[in-house]
Design a protein around this ligand. Structure first.
Ligand code: HBI
Length: 100
């Protein structure tokens, strides 16, 4: 299903709202690395994000080693960033704060 891509000003506004996230070099995704107390805490956080991802049918690309979770958000159906990435990034911020 096609999804509308964010405009350049919309991308800038999103990054201003989410200072912990950075734009990937190609401009098509946002990224953030999180560190937790231990693997259990990291995996608990990932579980909450996974449930939200399934609910909203929007899924992160991520990589986990022990307490570290590297997350990339992009919208494949938009070939770049969409409002869905902003929504999931906001959820991730809340879930990470609750897990820290
Ligand atoms: N997750 N990040 C991301 N981007 C998508 O475009 C996407 C997704 N999860 C499911 C999904 N699209 C569905 O709409 C189908 O494309 C499978």
């Amino acid at each position: 299903m096609a999804v509308t891509r964010l405009t350049q000003p919309e991308c800038e506004a999103l990054l201003a709202e989410l200072p912990a996230w950075r734009l990937r070099e190609d401009g098509l995704a946002i990224e953030r690395t999180l560190r937790f107390a231990d693997f259990n805490t990291a995996f608990g956080f990932m579980t909450r994000v996974a449930i939200e991802a399934e609910k909203s049918d929007h899924h992160p690309e991520w990589f986990n080693v022990y307490n570290r979770v590297e997350i990339t958000l992009t919208t494949h159906d938009a070939d770049g960033l969409s409002a869905r990435d902003g929504k999931l990034a906001r959820f991730i911020e809340t879930a990470a704060a609750a897990a820290s």
